[in-house]
Design a protein around this ligand. Structure first.
Ligand code: PEP
Length: 258
């Protein structure tokens, strides 16, 4: 039996006191849950240390939302993997579609970021997913295959087993237009098949492939029940305590029913 992972991506939201309030509320919500799901909270950089402090008394892990592809030095405004680690984060989102689109992050840069994170023993949550026009042109498998191979397949098998993948169709992110369970399952099975061809059956089975894109308390159970969906990367709904806890509950239900 495999656990699920539910990760919350707060994006660029919340002031310091608001972030503290939300962290404490989530910790309280998780308090009486004997969790089998791995919960990860990815707040903005300034709140990583505070999140790590709160997590010590709770049962969630902390992740960053981005990292520099450089190790250290004269890169004003950048944040290194070592800094993230020393602030208490064990995960980091890489290649989110917003970073690919607005900050022009290329496959090459993302592949480097993944390496930097692994050097610091941080688990990358590597995002892949097609745009609406690409799905409509029936190119979604091709696009996802390219992102996966260019971003992760430079890793050796030992490195690869420390990576989490998030399939996030861009047309579903923040739009309220969720992929259907059939669409999610089809793509997740395709991704697992690519991993199997590259790294073998065991690594493919063990790989975590999360779904992201307008996942909420209403649709999480159906999505997480799909055979190849190992949990979710949650944006908007991770900012609302009750919704986020309900999504975690959906993951727990799936683990128990497995
Ligand atoms: C995300 O930003 O990774 C995401 C999945 O956002 P949302 O859940 O809001 O669609």
């Amino acid at each position: 039996m495999k656990n699920k992972i539910v990760a919350g991506n707060w994006k660029m939201n919340k002031t310091f006191p608001e972030a503290e309030e939300l962290l404490v509320a989530i910790a309280e919500g998780l308090d009486d849950m004997p969790l089998e799901t791995d919960v990860v909270i990815c707040p903005p950089f300034p709140y990583l240390e505070m999140a790590a402090d709160v997590s010590e008394e709770s049962n969630f892990s902390v992740g960053a939302q981005n990292v520099s592809d450089e190790k250290a030095g004269a890169f004003t405004g950048e944040i290194s993997a070592a800094m993230i680690k020393s602030a208490g984060a064990d995960f980091c989102i890489v290649g989110h579609s917003e970073r690919r689109a607005y900050f022009k992050e290329t496959d090459e840069v993302l592949a480097k970021k993944v390496k930097r994170l692994l050097e610091e023993d941080i688990i990358p949550i590597f995002c892949i997913g097609e745009q609406l026009a690409e799905r409509e042109a029936n190119q979604h498998f091709q696009v996802v295959e390219k992102q996966l191979t260019a971003g992760l397949f430079h890793l050796d098998a030992k490195e690869f087993e420390r990576v989490v993948i998030a399939y996030e169709p861009v047309w579903a992110i923040g739009t309220g237009r969720t992929a259907s369970p059939q669409q999610a399952q089809e793509m997740h099975a395709f991704i697992r098949g690519l991993i199997e061809a590259k790294y073998g059956t065991e690594k493919a089975y063990n790989a975590y492939i999360l779904y992201g894109g307008s996942c909420n308390s209403k649709n999480a159970l159906e999505l997480f029940s799909c055979q190849d969906v190992d949990g979710g990367l949650i944006g908007g709904a991770s900012l609302k305590v009750e919704d986020f806890i309900e999504i975690i509950n959906a993951a727990e239900t799936c683990i128990k029913n497995d």
